[in-house]
Design a protein around this ligand. Structure first.
Ligand code: ADP
Ligand code: ASP
Ligand code: MG
Length: 424
């Protein structure tokens, strides 16, 4: 007997027929004698609809923030998961499975107070372990928790993955299965490169890079938690026949295992290609070249919660002035420009320029640690396609390249093929 946490994403619970199919996956594991807890997302499109409603509301009068009340945002957008947890419980009950829905606050899943993007602080596993003891399948609403102010919080978009891994860690589950609309983690997003290959295994570190550089198949935080707590996490498909051969395999279910690097026998130099659209580039021209300038620029941006990514500072020709260029998500451009204009007198720069519609494509692989020339190959391949490189950042296991957004798909396919990742 094993203890398994099963998570089903939005497309997996998109309608009643799919919820019924999900119930069959759950029943398969229950019938095999396992202890099962389930985490569900909202029906696909539901969270977007709820967010849209919030954004359509007028701002509070006199409020000096351009944003809506994050506590009410959470109260509204957390509701999608409440519906699917109830529906799946009913579907399970109709199949004779003892199931009960639980909201984040009922367990409780405690989070910090960052409404809208909360982090899980603590889950007392004993609540769920008691349910296992009663033979009950707890169907838990993902994406939500209870903030210190005793109000519902949400974990940021895609947060149900994180709910599932955190719960798996709290109950010391043998496995956490993330069921989605693809049958595993691919060498790149299969939606834009049909030649992408499914990986049998990927290391925590590579998955962390893939997720943080744009592969939305797992929320970044879920991979961090899986890595820290050593949760055996599989990404697999909910669309396959729940009773097909091998689906109930305990050690090797179909899908991709996220695991320690030393569990991977054949390590390629490059494992995958990720991309993130909607990046914007901001440049400050003729900034005084003196100590403290970078802190003067990026300090206030950080205080405004703006996520600055690639930073390029030109070498000053005359020792007096330099140019500073960096990227932020497109959605943060207006806020960033506002912060920078306010600081103009203190920082001192001539012109502020910005370009939206950029994309960041990234090449990821642990094998890069011990292989030279990986970056040069990418630069050559992109130049042969006439794609201009605007900025580059590297780490031990990744290279990220900023390009014009119109070339995203071409760049991803080009890099995917140049490293031999296409399926044969
Ligand atoms: P869910 O609703 O189940 O959480 P998501 O839409 O969040 O599903 O994540 C699954 C999607 O992630 C896939 O449909 C796929 O298009 C996308 N994706 C991006 N990069 C990858 C990748 N490297 N491997 C697999 N899927 C990827
Ligand atoms: N329903 C939430 C979202 O769409 C959480 C999730 O699906 O993981 O972001
Ligand atoms: Mg998701």
């Amino acid at each position: 007997m094993a203890r398994i946490v099963m998570k089903f994403g939005g497309t997996s619970v998109a309608d009643l027929a799919r919820i019924h199919n999900v119930a069959r996956h759950v029943k398969r594991e229950v019938d095999a004698g396992h202890e099962v807890a389930v985490v569900v997302s909202a029906m696909s499109g539901k969270t977007n609809e709820l967010v849209g409603w919030v954004q359509g509301m007028p701002k509070a009068t006199g409020a000096n923030s351009p944003f809506f009340d994050a506590r009410e945002y959470d109260a509204i957008v957390a509701s999608g998961e409440q519906v699917t947890s109830g529906l799946l419980s009913i579907a399970l009950q109709s199949m004779g499975v003892n199931a009960r829905s639980w909201q984040g606050w009922q367990i409780p899943i405690r989070t910090d107070g960052a409404h809208g993007a909360a982090r899980i602080a603590e889950i007392d596993g004993s609540f769920l372990i008691k349910r296992f003891g009663e033979g009950q399948v707890a169907v838990i609403a993902g994406f939500q928790g209870l903030a210190p102010d005793n109000r519902i919080s949400t974990l940021g978009r895609g947060g149900s993955d994180t709910s599932a891994v955190a719960i798996a860690a709290a109950v010391k589950a043998d496995r956490c299965d993330i069921y989605t609309d693809v049958d595993g983690v691919y060498t790149t997003d299969p939606r834009i490169e049909p030649k992408a290959r499914r990986l049998d295994r990927i290391s925590f570190e590579e998955m962390l890079e893939m997720a943080s550089l744009g592969s939305k198949v797992l929320q970044v935080r879920s991979v961090e938690l899986a890595m820290v707590h050593k949760v055996r996490t599989f990404v697999r498909s909910s669309f396959e026949d729940p009773d097909a051969p091998g689906m109930g395999d305990l050690l090797n279910p179909p899908g991709t295992l996220i695991c320690d690097e030393d569990e991977i026998v054949e390590q390629e130099v490059v494992t995958g290609i990720a991309y993130a659209k909607d990046e914007a580039q901001i440049s400050l021209r003729r900034v005084a070249d003196r100590p403290g300038v970078a802190a003067g620029i990026f300090g206030p941006l950080a205080e405004a919660n703006i996520n600055v990514d690639m930073i390029v500072q030109n070498i000053s020709e005359d020792g007096k002035f330099t140019d500073m260029t960096f990227t932020v998500p497109s959605g943060d451009v207006a806020k960033a420009l506002n912060v920078l204009e306010k600081g103009k007198a203190t920082v001192g720069f001539d012109v502020l320029q910005h370009d939206e519609g950029m994309s960041k494509v990234s090449v990821i692989g642990i094998g890069m640690r011990s292989h030279a020339g990986v970056a040069a190959t990418a630069f050559r391949a992109l130049s042969e396609k006439g794609i201009n490189i605007r900025a580059i950042t590297t780490s031990e296991i990744k290279i990220s390249i900023l390009i014009d957004g119109a070339y995203t798909e071409l760049a991803v396919r080009t890099l995917h093929s140049v490293y031999g990742l296409d399926k044969h």
